[in-house]
Design a protein around this ligand. Sequence first.
Ligand SMILES: [Fe+2]
Length: 235
Amino acid sequence: MNQPPKVEVIPAFAVPFGATFLADCGQMNFDLKNLFLSRETDKYKNLTRNSEESDLQFESNFDVFTWENPEVVQLKEFMTAAVLEMIGMVNKYKRSKVAEFDIYCDAWYHITRKGGYFVNHNHPMASWSAVYCIADGVDKDDVGDSGVTRFFHPQTAASTYLDAGNLNMSAAPYSTGHQVFKLQAGQMLIFPSWIYHEVSPYMGNLERVIVAANYWFNHPAMNPQMGPKIYAGKR
Ligand SMILES: [Fe+2]
């Protein structure tokens, strides 16, 4: 055999993540941080959160994108536009088709102080989720993995046997490790809502402020989950 066989490598189960930055976000981030801190009260707090509760992290209600404050509207429009752009790319839809979607969204914010963290979880009942960093809280006392967002590899058995044949596949899309992001102010991540992730303990001295959002969609002509109505009016 003079030539080795021609082999096509297929990234069969890759998981798409989107990353972007909002340019010139300083004033908006400043205004949002002040707004969120001023509403760190029981009126705006999510009193029904079902995950690990901690006094070191405040979670708001999920209606933040219904607020009409200009800085909230600006962020909502940026995050939604980025999610729609990603949907078009990964589904190979034209923008004109994505523009016809009905858009549903829950959005909330977290204020995290020294020692705060968020345990392993995913975001049920949504197709795409996103996080945007208002304030990263990085200061002189910061340590390497303080406040990182760590996405767990969905193939939990992928690293069961490591040898010379697979040990060096350390780069995406074939890495068997987790994906870790240390969000910077102005940075946004988009990820499939099903993927499990955590936020490691934040060890900075400032407030770390993040907005998170869940998105789900409908298109009148293409939703295969829409069966015949079995209820009309109120149940
Ligand atoms: Fe999350």
